[in-house]
Design a protein around this ligand. Structure first.
Ligand code: HEC
Length: 279
């Protein structure tokens, strides 16, 4: 599929869902005739009716981006370019970097090694669609979608027997319980306890209810209908941390890796099913 067509498809979907004003739509893609627009809206509705997740479209863009940014040289732990099932075993320790890394941190490392990006360029690349909605296609999101979907059907299998991974798990567990910021919030404020916590209509997952960490993480990246884009795990961390009024979360930071070690480590045995979909 052509990228412009894809973008038009998302925009059409957003219009169908009443999420974008017609003005924004008109500015967005003036090359399409009304007939094409109608066809795209119908196509999008058909996809939804058939249970197709628009997030899957990022997979195809991701496949191209892997080639474009030389990421077929990237080793996720099973050898360069061997991506099938690799994400299911992350975070893991990487000898070449001398660090435990989760998927997103590793991709950031590979973008520096194999695409020649500087750290600040990687950060820009990661955040390209942050805070945007409706018509944003980020190659980073696409790469993360592709690499995660290559592990669909595999069970999460974080090696907690490796002491270096276990240490990050413990740090993540501590971070989850740490109270910080003006409101003294921790992750557990919203994601712990037997009792349900709700924010508006959304029921939040809890580390204390069996299976819920697993089902929360294996669907990431999660396609958010209201934004028309898939949200990666580090974007999710950043959003929760922003809501907590903690200091700003930096993607690919050790905090991200520690949280991933804790959450994915707690999700061991759960089958990966990306992308999820949410409002
Ligand atoms: C103020 C409440 C609040 C706090 C505190 C909070 N979160 Fe969240 N979290 C949310 C909301 C709201 C969602 C979105 C739920 C949805 O859309 O289903 C969410 C979603 C998530 C998800 C994905 C679940 C899903 O299906 O979308 C993860 C993982 C997560 N949070 C991790 C964390 C971590 C780690 C912390 C601490 C650093 C944290 N959260 C702190 C409110 C919070």
């Amino acid at each position: 599929m052509k990228k412009r067509l894809l973008l038009a498809l998302f925009t059409a979907g957003a219009v169908a869902g009443g999420l974008l004003s017609t003005k924004a739509f008109a500015q967005q893609d003036q090359e399409l005739s009304p007939e094409e627009e109608i066809r795209l809206v119908q196509e999008f509705n058909r996809m939804l009716a058939e249970g197709v997740n628009p997030g899957e479209v990022w997979y195809e863009v991701g496949k191209e981006a892997i080639k474009k940014y030389n990421l077929d040289k990237c080793d996720l732990g099973l050898g360069p370019g061997n991506f099938k099932g690799a994400m299911a075993q992350l975070p893991r320790y990487f000898q070449d970097a001398g660090k435990v890394m989760d998927l997103e941190t590793r991709v950031g490392w590979c973008l520096q090694k194999h695409a020649g990006m500087k750290p600040e360029e990687v950060q820009k690349f990661v955040k390209q669609c942050w805070g945007k909605s409706g018509n944003c296609m980020s190659e980073y999101d696409a790469i993360i979608m592709y690499l995660t979907m290559e592990s669909n059907g595999y069970k999460v299998n974080v090696n907690l027997k490796d002491p270096r991974v276990k240490k990050m798990y413990e740090i993540g567990k501590q971070a989850f319980q740490t109270r910080l910021g003006p409101w003294d919030f921790n992750c557990a404020t919203c994601h712990a306890g037997k009792q349900e916590v709700r924010i508006r209509a959304t029921r939040l997952w809890s580390v204390d209810r069996p299976g819920e960490v697993g089902s929360a993480v294996v669907i990431f990246p999660k396609y958010l209908v209201r934004w028309g884009l898939p949200m990666s795990m580090h974007y999710r961390y950043a959003e929760c941390i922003r809501q907590m009024r903690w200091p700003e979360f930096i993607p690919h930071s050790d905090l991200g890796v520690a949280l991933s070690a804790y959450l994915y480590g707690s999700a061991n045995g759960t089958e990966i099913k990306a992308p999820g979909i949410g409002r």
